[in-house]
Write a protein that binds this ligand. Structure first.
Ligand code: AMP
Ligand code: ZN
Length: 114
């Protein structure tokens, strides 16, 4: 899966500053931030979409959420709140097909479109 952009980031072949990393998860700033704080939280394992989770990978979302909550606290956005987003597939707005969670904060988020 060396062609995958986020595999190249997680395995270090595309040098990227991590704001958080552990054995299972890395996090880095979105290259095109949509908010003052916009961090991508990414499993090291190549999983294409959230729809692929289940069985052995059921715990992946818990790890991503725990990391995002920690980064939110460290970024100082926890008191005012933040948004966690996982886009799934084309209609969900996913453009990078390696599962990731967006952490957005630092401003009031707009209401979701109907
Ligand atoms: P999604 O549309 O949910 O698949 O989100 C993919 C995100 O990856 C977008 O917000 C992009 O701005 C971001 N992105 C793409 N390439 C990079 C990169 N090299 N480093 C950091 N973020 C990136
Ligand atoms: Zn990948």
């Amino acid at each position: 899966m060396s062609e995958c952009l986020f595999c190249r980031i997680t395995n270090g072949s595309l040098p990227t500053e991590f704001v958080y990393e552990d054995d299972h998860v890395v996090a880095f700033r979105d290259i095109n931030p949509a908010a003052p704080v916009h961090i991508l939280v990414v499993p090291r394992a190549h999983i294409e979409t959230v729809a692929d989770l289940g069985g052995d990978t059921t715990g992946v979302m818990s790890r991503l959420t725990a990391a995002a909550n920690r980064i939110a606290r460290e970024s100082g956005v926890d008191a005012d709140g933040y948004r966690l987003i996982v886009n799934c597939g084309r209609d969900g707005g996913q453009t990078v097909f390696h599962l990731h969670m967006h952490l957005l904060g630092g401003r009031k988020m707009p209401e979701l479109a109907a």
